[in-house]
Design a protein around this ligand. Sequence first.
Ligand code: ZN
Ligand code: ZN
Length: 423
Amino acid sequence: MNFKSFLLFLLAIQAIHSQENLAKQFESIESKVIEWRRDFHQHPELSNREFETSKKIAEHLKSLGLEVQTGIAHTGVVGVLKGNKPGKVIALRADMDALPVTERNNLPFKSEAKTTFLETETGVMHACGHDTHIAILMGVAEILAQNKDKINGTVKFIFQPAEEGPPPGEEGGAKLMIKEGVLENPKVDAIFGLHIRSDYEIGTIHYKKEGIMAAVERFVINVKGKQTHGGRPWQGVDPILISAKIIDGLQTIISRESKLVDEAAVITVGKITSGTRFNIIPERAELIGTVRTLNPEMKEKIIRRMTEMTETIAKAYGGEATIEFQNNTAITFNDPSLVDQMLPSLQKVAGIENVRLRKATTGGEDFSFYQEKVPGFFFFLGGMTPNTTEAFPHHTPDFMIDENGLLLGVKALTQITFDYLNN
Ligand SMILES: [Zn+2]
Ligand SMILES: [Zn+2]
């Protein structure tokens, strides 16, 4: 063996050693992650009210020697881990809020929390699995802190409140985190996040390039007619008839004008308010609904066409109508080259056959706002016990996660961090 091959041999031995070390660290973190998750599950807190949750997170990050900032966007926590050598900055994000749902199961760590939400008595439950996201990211922080000598660059751990949306009248969530500077100082180069799924088998990861979750807009249409006697419609303008024509017109934007073979799109009118009694044609009608889009060009076109349809249809029947849009989430848009770059990391930890390409979903996720600012990759993590016949959906009282799926989440984000910063 010459000197050069001897050096290579030493490096190989070292690599095997650190792999073995890492494997041991993963093994010992699993029970901690499950314990943390159970604690968060039993003590859920609603959006913008994650006070105890964020305290526990901050304590953990401080104990690992990270620089910790608290109180961002109300209850947000950011921990910064600097590697031994300078380099890029990666951000890993977990959301922390629970939902006004009353838990219905016999788990020993079932939530008994109660609150009043919008004047209604309700239970509080981690019914979307954000408890698992917190625990996973705390585990990743612990492992990376133990290995910081092997990291070139900086890791930012972002624990974000109010993903489900802040209470009425309050700001919150990813939008407010960004406004308060979480992507700056140090400036983030790429961001990663995951969402547990109650309907995907444990051990699997599901991803898609470009739009994976929808941009969610809420819209309000105001139709103005002319009030008259219900028996003499020719003396007025009927806003209820105009509303029906508008709804019909809006649906043709999806069915006749949108290239649905490229991406899905949805328009739903969810609420109509008009009128007082059977023999009066009223003055006004209000329509409230939602638009879901997955492609930036389609989104732009659908919104433009909805505006044109609404205004011109009302005009055609002698009335007037306006439409206003309120953006709730952007498109959760996975940067294609970042996905290409990081896919091998996911395959390494899950096995190639367990990293699966999926179709988009028309649900929304406020992780999308980070992706509007920096390249990002958001994927789904399996949380369902294999061969389950009925997986209860997210946001329901029977929602259930198999904790055996959590370690893969820790491994995935850890591997992504090593590979993104060191290669
Ligand atoms: Zn949710
Ligand atoms: Zn969620």
